[in-house]
Design a protein around this ligand. Structure first.
Ligand SMILES: *[C@@H]1O[C@H](CO)[C@@H](O)[C@H](O)[C@H]1NC(C)=O
Ligand SMILES: *[C@@H]1O[C@H](CO)[C@@H](O)[C@H](O)[C@H]1NC(C)=O
Ligand SMILES: *[C@@H]1O[C@H](CO)[C@@H](O)[C@H](O)[C@H]1NC(C)=O
Ligand SMILES: *[C@@H]1O[C@H](CO)[C@@H](O)[C@H](O)[C@H]1NC(C)=O
Ligand SMILES: *[C@@H]1O[C@H](CO)[C@@H](O)[C@H](O)[C@H]1NC(C)=O
Ligand SMILES: *[C@@H]1O[C@H](CO)[C@@H](O)[C@H](O)[C@H]1NC(C)=O
Ligand SMILES: *[C@@H]1O[C@H](CO)[C@@H](O)[C@H](O)[C@H]1NC(C)=O
Ligand SMILES: *[C@@H]1O[C@H](CO)[C@@H](O)[C@H](O)[C@H]1NC(C)=O
Ligand SMILES: *[C@@H]1O[C@H](CO)[C@@H](O)[C@H](O)[C@H]1NC(C)=O
Length: 858
């Protein structure tokens, strides 16, 4: 505990910034003399706590160089630009010194007693000082009973024969020997450290054990009877053999965390002559109680059978930045305690059901930045404790294999649409995919317990079906920035996408090309506190647009002309920078508000400037003059009113268009009802004429079900008293047993009109095509447009034109298409009824058309 406090103290001391003090001076305990061309230690008050003297030309410090500074805790003497000599007891006048930094000075001469008289020294920084083996061999650190951290990295130390005095350094916790030239460390050399527990010991980047061959029988265990929290042996060029010999040698020493990154184990991609680690490589670590193992940044290509078998206590395994392409079945057997498995930045292309067998406790699997395109469906299903799965930046096209786990990262894949699976998650990240249809968003919003959903940088733009928004969803944060919601909303649909999100607190809609907000789109967002609408194309914001409890609003980079300040009054912060402010008198209310508001204005004030009129373009809203507005007000306000009037008219027109597109079916019903009320429903009775039927419905028998539902029930009098037509069709009105052709002819000649429902089935049905030709024959002989063609379904012009009779018809006459949108059906039936009722009045025109038909056809 005490040690940790000490460490913390050191860090805090260093972290206190020294800004605000001019260089080469003293202020409140800090003497800041960096870059002051000093050649000797300056005179500083005896109250100095920190003396910063690096980047100078001090050549020598001796026992008399420093005045007696009882308060001094930190002395920075690093980076002297001249060779540096430190004499005997050079710091003895600084009895309470805690941190001594000599880093990056070329220490020419260091007296063996240089550091004597520093009983409170906690940290000694001697990195990059050109020091040799002597510094550890010759007892320089004697009597430093408080010394906790010793940094000797980046020197020229070749061997680690530690002076026996190291044994007395009872506070020592952290020693850094990285970036030296220590090629071998054996048991004898570190003997003075035996019995100690160190939190950090680094031998990184030394070519340790890799430059010379080691006789491990003689060398024995360098860490015998030393307990290490973190041992860093990274970047020493270790092969599988070296690692194996090392782990066997240190068998039994307690190492909590072994850092072995930047190794050269593994065959890499496309090579076979170098070994991948195997069952024996780490076997020697069995009794080391290893909890973390970092094997990142290497060349491991294949994770072999029972590779980590003996590491029963391992909790974190980092294999990131290797070349792993193959996970042999059983590779992870024995990792009974593993919680975090990092396989990111490898070359995995596919995952199989058996890949993660043997990981009963794994909570976090990081697979980001591989090339995974396919995953077998049981791969993750048996990992009961899996809490987070990171599959970012792979090549996934589907996610049907995703089990119900709380956190899922799926950003940067190739998802175009989502399968209908049962997801249960708190957190789903799907940014940078290719999702297009808002159906996927509706689907995700239904996920139970979902709290954060990240969908930015997709292509959400289409809205094809009607969806039912769920109620009372748990979602708290929704990221929809950088999509194309404008395209979806301008169709008039999907305006209910945020319905039911009563717990939503944060909503990102930036960069969606929005030029309007659908009325009431945020009305259910009663908990929303932050709304980001930046980088859109909004010109106006209406009071009803914003959710009631909003606190933070970003509408920067839009096209707001003259916003109403009352909109922002209840906010605590707003970003309105980079809009198209129209600096006429009407903006003065806004400008006044800006000058005195308590609402925090985010962004830089210089980005709040006029866009129009030209004369003041670019002028800050804080300096633009609104004087003279009173006199000119009438004229100006007229101008502005006109401008606003036209803007509003335009908006209204757009809204009407939107509403009519969206509710056209409903509008039509209203129109009909009104018409009936006005004309008191004098539906002219059908004038009796010679025809037995009003119309003969000709269609393929395969379409009967549909025709019955869509047409007969709405038109035929026998289906409902409300209907007005007596229709003829094969299934009911043809005389059984009679020749089919005769039946068809009868039907054609005894009906006023013939309605052909041309569907895919129709085109495949010889009888239907025959009937069509007959009906066309009657057209010619009657010189009348008795034939009405209705195309049903998505038939292309080409498909229709393939058939001779239909081609003839289409060349001369209009035909109808069955509407795609359900709400247009009433309107369509009305139109069809009118066509059926249409009488000889137009006979003349029809004649000429019919005659033309004859001429073109002949
Ligand atoms: C240090 O010396 C250099 C070169 O002589 C000079 O440019 C610089 O201003 C001096 N700095 C101080 C703080 O005196
Ligand atoms: C610091 O120096 C002042 C005089 O310059 C002296 O009065 C004071 O006692 C000294 N304080 C300590 C702690 O030595
Ligand atoms: C570890 O070293 C300490 C100090 O040298 C010694 O007292 C102790 O007996 C040693 N323990 C073992 C197991 O060697
Ligand atoms: C590993 O140890 C064995 C047995 O001591 C030895 O033969 C081999 O050369 C060592 N390998 C390396 C790379 O040191
Ligand atoms: C896995 O390693 C990568 C690369 O070093 C790192 O960015 C990521 O945070 C690690 N994942 C975990 C869960 O620690
Ligand atoms: C989803 O869960 C429901 C109820 O738990 C179950 O009936 C259904 O089969 C599941 N669907 C899929 C695709 O797993
Ligand atoms: C809505 O959710 C809250 C808690 O999440 C719950 O207390 C409340 O009963 C739910 N209301 C409805 C109508 O489901
Ligand atoms: C802002 O308000 C101050 C007083 O509150 C006033 O003196 C100043 O002229 C105002 N500036 C503008 C641009 O309205
Ligand atoms: C801003 O806050 C002060 C003090 O809280 C208050 O007196 C003043 O009326 C507030 N101004 C506005 C515009 O709300």
């Amino acid at each position: 505990m005490g040690d940790h406090l000490e460490l913390l103290f050191g860090v805090v001391l260093m972290a206190i910034p020294v800004f605000g003090i001019s260089s080469c001076s003293f202020d409140r305990g800090i003497a800041l003399y960096r870059f002051c061309n000093l050649t000797t230690v300056p005179q500083v008050p005896n109250s100095t706590e920190r003396l910063l003297l690096s980047f100078n030309y001090i050549r020598t410090v001796t026992s008399t160089s420093f005045p007696f500074l009882e308060q001094l805790q930190l002395l920075e003497l690093g980076t002297q630009f001249t060779p540096f000599t430190i004499d005997k007891e050079a710091f003895r006048n600084l009895p309470n010194l805690r941190i001594l930094d000599l880093g990056k000075s070329q220490i020419h001469f260091l007296h063996p007693d240089a550091f004597q008289g520093l009983p409170h020294l906690f940290e000694l920084r001697l990195f990059f000082c050109g020091l040799s083996d002597a510094v550890v061999k010759d007892g320089y650190f004697r009597n430093l009973e408080s010394l906790t951290r010793l940094d000797l990295s980046k020197n020229r130390i070749r061997s680690l024969h530690l002076h026996p005095s190291f044994r007395e350094l009872n506070s020592l916790k952290s020693i850094d020997f990285s970036f030296n030239q220590i090629s071998v460390v054996c048991e004898d050399e570190l003997k003075p450290l035996q019995g100690k527990t160190l939190s950090f010991f680094s031998l990184a980047t030394n070519n340790l054990y890799s430059r010379v061959s080691v006789d491990w029988g003689k060398c024995m265990n360098p860490f015998r009877n030393i307990s290490l929290e973190t041992l860093d042996v990274s970047d020493n060029g270790w092969t599988v053999d070296i690692t194996e010999n090392f782990s066997n040698a240190i068998s039994g020493s307690q190492i909590f965390s072994l850092v072995l990154d930047h190794h050269i184990m593994g065959s890499g991609f496309g090579f076979h002559n170098i070994k991948n680690p195997d069952q024996n490589t780490f076997a020697g670590l069995a009794r080391s109680s290893l909890v973390r193992l970092d094997l990142s940044h290497g060349f491991i290509f294949s994770l072999n059978f029972r590779l980590f078998e003996t590491l029963k206590e391992l909790k974190l395994l980092n294999l990131a930045h290797n070349k792993i392409n193959k996970i042999v079945e059983g590779a992870f057997y024995g990792l009974d305690s593993l919680q975090v498995l990092n396989l990111s930045y490898n070359l995995l292309g596919e995952l199989y059901n058996s890949n993660f067998n043997g990981l009963p406790k794994v909570r976090y699997i990081d697979l980001q930045n591989n090339h995974i395109g396919i995953i077998q469906d049981q791969t993750f299903k048996l990992l009961e404790n899996l809490y987070t799965l990171d599959l970012r930046d792979n090549a996934l096209k589907t996610i049907y294999f995703i089990p119900s786990i709380p956190n899922i990262f799926l950003g940067g894949n190739k998802l175009v649409t989502l399968p209908n699976i049962n997801l249960t998650s708190d957190f789903i990240q799907l940014s940078e995919n290719r999702l297009e249809n808002l159906a996927d968003l509706y689907f995700l919003l239904q996920v139970p317990h979902l709290q954060i959903l990240i969908l930015n940088q997709n292509r959400l733009s289409s809205c094809s079906q009607r969806h039912t928004p769920a109620q009372n969803l748990s979602l708290e944060q929704l990221f929809l920035g950088e999509n194309m919601l404008q395209l979806a909303w301008e169709t008039g649909f999907c305006w209910d996408i945020f319905k039911g999100l009563s717990h939503l607190q944060v909503l990102f809609l930036n960069s969606n090309y929005l030029n309007f907000l659908p009325p009431g789109v945020f009305s259910d967002l009663i908990a929303l506190r932050e709304l980001y609408l930046g980088s859109n194309r909004l010109m106006v914001l209406s009071p009803g647009d914003l959710p009631a409890n909003l606190k933070i609003l970003d509408v920067s980079r839009n096209q707001l002309l003259s916003p109403d300040p009352s909109l922002f009054a209840s906010l605590s912060a707003v970003d309105i920078t980079n809009n198209n402010f129209f600096c006429e008198c009407e903006l003065s209310a806004f400008i006044n508000w800006l000058n005195q508001t308590n609402v925090t204005l985010l962004g830089s004030p210089k980005d709040i400037y006029c866009m129009l009129p030209e004369a003041v373009s670019g002028v800050s809203l804080y300096s633009v003059s609104m004087e003279g507005c009173d006199e000119e007000e009438a004229l100006q306000s007229l101008k502005f009113s006109l401008f606003v009037f036209f803007t509003v008219m335009l908006m209204l027109f757009l809204m009407t268009v939107l509403i009519v597109t969206k509710f056209r079916g409903f509008c039509f019903l209203c129109y009909k009802r009104a018409q009936r009320l006005v004309f008191k429903d004098h539906r002219q009775g059908l004038e009796a004429d010679t025809y037995k039927y009003d119309a003969y419905l000709c269609f393929s028998s395969k379409d009967f079900e549909w025709v019955q539902n869509a047409l007969l029930k709405c038109l035929d009098v026998q289906y409902s008293d409300q209907n007005r037509f007596s229709l003829c069709f094969e299934e009911r009105d043809f005389v059984p047993g009679e020749n089919h052709i005769i039946n068809i002819q009868d039907a054609i000649w005894s009906s006023r009109k013939i309605v052909c429902l041309v569907s895919r089935h129709f085109l495949q049905d010889g009888w239907c095509l025959e009937a069509f030709s007959y009906a066309q024959g009657r057209c010619l002989s009657d010189l009348n447009s008795v034939l009405i063609m209705v195309v049903v379904g998505s038939l292309s012009q080409y498909q229709l034109m393939k058939h001779q009779p239909i081609r003839g018809f289409m060349q001369n006459r209009q035909y109808l298409r069955w509407p795609e949108d359900l709400q247009d059906v009433d309107w369509f039936l009305n139109k069809l009824s009118q066509q059926i009722l249409k009488k000889e009045k137009e006979k003349k025109r029809d004649n000429s058309v019919a005659l033309q038909t004859v001429t073109t056809n002949s």
